[in-house]
Design a protein around this ligand. Structure first.
Ligand SMILES: Cc1cc2nc3c(=O)[nH]c(=O)nc-3n(C[C@H](O)[C@H](O)[C@H](O)COP(=O)(O)OP(=O)(O)OC[C@H]3O[C@@H](n4cnc5c(N)ncnc54)[C@H](O)[C@@H]3O)c2cc1C
Length: 400
C-alpha cells in the first residue's frame, strides 16, 4: 500500500513482534494504520536452520495471535509446545518441577522462533491493508495541531492522530519525546545460540540458577528432540570470555554448566551476546503518544516474560481504542490524553509487578550469602511439594 497524504488514525513505529501485532490489531478495528520500521527485512539464517531468537510464549500471547489470525501461519515446525519445566538451584539441592498434565493443561507454553512469527505477522499486515514503510527510520517527531508529525530518513513525512512507539528497549522516540524512565544495568550479558545435545529434551524447558546468572535451555522442534535454544546470562566479563572460546571449548564449558542435564552439548550455532538492562517508563502516554512493548518496559529474560507483557500491552491498547470507536469516537480523537490514560492504567500495575518479581528472583539467586542459599534451597523444595501454589504460579505465568 502507498503512503497517504491524509493523516493516518495510527502510526506505529517499530515492526518487531509487538509493534507488528499492534498495527494489525488496530487495523482490524477498521482504522487507517501505517507501520514504520528502520531496518530492511533481514532473516537470520543459522547452520541448524533455527532462528537464534526464540521466545517462550504463554497462553495469553497465543490467544492474541490466534485472534489476529497469525498463529496458524507460523508453521508447526517453528512452534514447540513444552509440557514440563524444571528449575533448580545450581548452588544446592533445591528444585521445582512444573508439569502441564498435573495442572490439567495441554502444555505450559510454546517456544516460537522469532523470524517465522514476524513473517506470519507480515502476511496478515498485508492482508489487512496496513501501509508498511521500511527501511525508514524516524528522525523527527513533533506534536502539531492535535496530530503527531513524523519525519522519516527517506525524506517522507507522516501525520497520525496516535503515535504508538514500539521501537524497542532503547526507544529513540521515547527519548526524543522526553518520557522519563527508571533504568539500571545488570552488568550482565546473555549469550544466545542454538545447541545440539546428546540427550533428547523431552519437550521440557530447563532453567538452572547460579550466583552468576540463570542458564536456560528451551526445547526446539525436530523429531529427534536434540536441539535447544540457549539463553545464558553471565557477568559481562565472563560472557566476553565465553564468547572468545572456540565452539568446541564453549560446548565443553556448557556441558559442565548445564550439569549434563541433556548429556553432552555436541554443537552450537553462531553465538550472539546481548547486554541486559531493566528499564521502565514512568508514564506510558502523552497526548497523541503511547509506548508499548520494550519501549515501555524492558526486563531480565530469566522468566521469558518480555514479549508476553508486550502482547498484553497490544491487547489493552486495542481494547481501549476499540471501546472508544464502538462508543462513536472519531479516529481523529485517538490522541486524547484521558483515553490513553485508560490504556496506561490497564497495563502499568501488571508490568511493574512482573518486573519486581523478576528483580526479586534475580537478587535471591544472585546472592552468595550462605543463609540465603540454604533458605532458598529449602524454599524451592517446599514449593515443589505445594501443588496449589504451583498451579497459581503457572496461571500467573500463563498471563491469566
Ligand atoms: C536474551 C533474551 C531472551 C528473551 N527471551 C524471551 C522469551 O523467552 N519470552 C519473552 O516473552 N520475551 C523474551 N525476551 C524479551 C523479548 O525479546 C523482548 O521483550 C521483545 O523482543 C520486545 O519486542 P518489541 O517489538 O517491543 O521490540 P524490538 O523487538 O526491539 O523491536 C523494535 C523495532 O523498532 C525498530 N526501530 C528502532 N528505532 C527505530 C526508528 N527510529 N524508526 C523506525 N524503527 C525503529 C527496530 O529496528 C526494531 O525492529 C528475551 C530478551 C532477551 C534479550
Amino acid at each position: 500500500m502507498s503512503i497517504s497524504s491524509e493523516p493516518y488514525a495510527v502510526a506505529v513505529v517499530g515492526a518487531g513482534v509487538v509493534g507488528s501485532a499492534a498495527a494489525l490489531a488496530l487495523a482490524e478495528l477498521g482504522l487507517s494504520v501505517v507501520l514504520v520500521e528502520a531496518r530492511a527485512a533481514q532473516p537470520v539464517v543459522a547452520d541448524s536452520g533455527y532462528d537464534p531468537r526464540v521466545m517462550a510464549l504463554n497462553g495469553s500471547s497465543r490467544q492474541l495471535l490466534e485472534q489476529l489470525g497469525v498463529w496458524p501461519l507460523i508453521g508447526a515446525g517453528h512452534i514447540t509446545g513444552y509440557q514440563t519445566m524444571k528449575v533448580w538451584d545450581g548452588d544446592g539441592s533445591g528444585h521445582v518441577e512444573f508439569n502441564a498434565a498435573q495442572m490439567g493443561l495441554a502444555e505450559l507454553g510454546a517456544i516460537v522462533e522469532q523470524q517465522p512469527l514476524l513473517d506470519a505477522l507480515q502476511q496478515r499486515l498485508a492482508a489487512a491493508g496496513v501501509c508498511v514503510e521500511r527501511p525508514a527510520s524516524v528522525v523527527a517527531a513533533a506534536r502539531r495541531e492535535g496530530v503527531m508529525q513524523l519525519q522519516l530518513a527517506n525524506g517522507r513525512s507522516i501525520a497520525a492522530a496516535l503515535l504508538v512507539a514500539a521501537d524497542g528497549a532503547q526507544s529513540p522516540l521515547r527519548e526524543r519525546l522526553g518520557f522519563a524512565t527508571r533504568s539500571w544495568s545488570y552488568g550482565q550479558d546473555a549469550i544466545i545460540t542454538t545447541l545440539t545435545t546428546s540427550r533428547p529434551h523431552g519437550a521440557t524447558a530447563y532453567q538452572r540458577f547460579t550466583a552468576h546468572g540463570p542458564l536456560a535451555l528451551l526445547p526446539l522442534g525436530g523429531a529427534d528432540q536434540r536441539h535447544c535454544s540457549l539463553v545464558w546470562s553471565q557477568s559481562s566479563a565472563e560472557a566476553a570470555r565465553l564468547m572468545a572460546l572456540d565452539d568446541g571449548d564453549f560446548c565443553r564449558e556448557l556441558t559442565l554448566a548445564s550439569e549434563q542435564t541433556l548429556g553432552v552439548v555436541s554443537g552450537c550455532d553462531r553465538r550472539y551476546r546481548v547486554a541486559l538492562t531493566q528499564r521502565h517508563a514512568i508514564d506510558y502516554v502523552q497526548p497523541n503518544v503511547a509506548l508499548i512493548g520494550d519501549a515501555a518496559h524492558a526486563i531480565h529474560p530469566l522468566a521469558g516474560q518480555g514479549v508476553n507483557l508486550g502482547f498484553k500491552d497490544v491487547a489493552a491498547l486495542a481494547t481501549t481504542v476499540g471501546q472508544f470507536i464502538a462508543a462513536g469516537g472519531a479516529p481523529a480523537g485517538l490522541g486524547d490524553a484521558a483515553l490513553l490514560g485508560r490504556y496506561q492504567r490497564r497495563r502499568q500495575p501488571d508490568n511493574l509487578a512482573t518486573m519486581a518479581a523478576m528483580e526479586g528472583l534475580k537478587r535471591l539467586f544472585g546472592s552468595a550469602n550462605p543463609v540465603l542459599r540454604l533458605a532458598r534451597n529449602w524454599g524451592l523444595n517446599q514449593f515443589d511439594r505445594a501443588e496449589l501454589v504451583k498451579q497459581w504460579v503457572v496461571r500467573a505465568a500463563a498471563g491469566e
